[in-house]
Write a protein that binds this ligand. Structure first.
Ligand code: PGA
Length: 247
């Protein structure tokens, strides 16, 4: 079954995304200014909004800049919100949408997430859309069902020719030190790829996220249909993130 479909183009670079969440500082960005890349991969760093300007001036050019969220509205009287076009004007190319922390802590529904994905695409940015199951859904053997529902609600409704990235992040693996085993990741990524390839004419990269670190990165990246990693905690240490990007 695992070899039945491997849509990942083996020659394509892996995509490694750093999600700094509500952490980081200008000092940390200064540390990252000497980041060295020895293996070909696409690196995207998503700092908090207030560090986007410093990220642009301090990071080496090969590190692309992403944001962690944006408004579902294009513009207008929405105090405190940031639109995708404002992000584009701040040299942002990517936006993480639908992270489980946004879904659970800020009550973002699939409907809102779909609107955000659409506004990001309209603004010529690339959404990194997160999907994933809770521990109880996993225990009830509902992982694939839950992912399918999220894919149908937030991803396959958008224009079929568009550029986007999907991140599979089991919620129980985020920040816990736990990860699914290799077979689970293989099976889940295959399922996601199949769903996406039935809808899109382009190959949509599918990243794995959830306690990815310098120790487990090569094992996870070698699994079929894993096109890269979305890294939280381990992306806050330059040495660790460098190891991950170069592993
Ligand atoms: P983690 O976070 O790597 O700290 O588990 C990943 C994420 O939330 O994107």
């Amino acid at each position: 079954m695992s070899n039945e479909l491997n849509i990942s183009n083996k020659n394509k670079h892996k995509i490694i995304v750093a999600n700094w969440k509500m952490n980081g500082s200008k000092t940390l960005l200064e540390e990252f200014s000497t980041f060295s890349q020895t293996k070909p991969c696409d690196i995207i760093l998503c700092p908090p909004f207030t560090l986007l300007g410093s990220a642009k001036s301090l990071l080496p050019d090969f590190i692309k800049i992403g944001a962690q969220n944006c408004s579902e509205k294009d513009n207008g009287a929405f105090t405190g919100e940031i639109s995708a076009t404002l992000l584009r004007d701040s040299h942002v190319y990517y936006v993480i949408i639908g992270h489980s922390e946004r879904r659970t802590l800020y009550q973002e529904t699939d409907t809102v997430i779909l609107k955000k994905v659409e506004t990001v695409i309209r603004s010529d940015l690339i959404p990194i859309v997160c999907i994933g199951e809770t521990l109880s859904e996993k225990k009830a053997n509902k992982t694939l069902q839950v992912l399918e529902k999220q894919i149908n609600a937030c991803i396959t409704k958008v224009n079929a020719q568009t550029r986007l990235i999907v991140a599979y992040e089991p919620i129980w693996a985020i920040g816990t030190g736990l990860t699914p085993n290799e077979n689970e990741i293989r099976e889940t990524h295959l399922h996601i790829k199949k769903k996406l390839s039935a809808h899109f004419n382009i190959d949509v990269p599918v990243l794995y996220g959830g306690s990815a670190n310098a120790e487990n990165c090569s094992r996870i990246l070698s699994i079929e249909n894993v096109d890269g990693l979305l890294v939280g905690g381990a992306s806050l240490k330059k040495y660790d993130f460098e190891m991950i990007c170069n592993c």
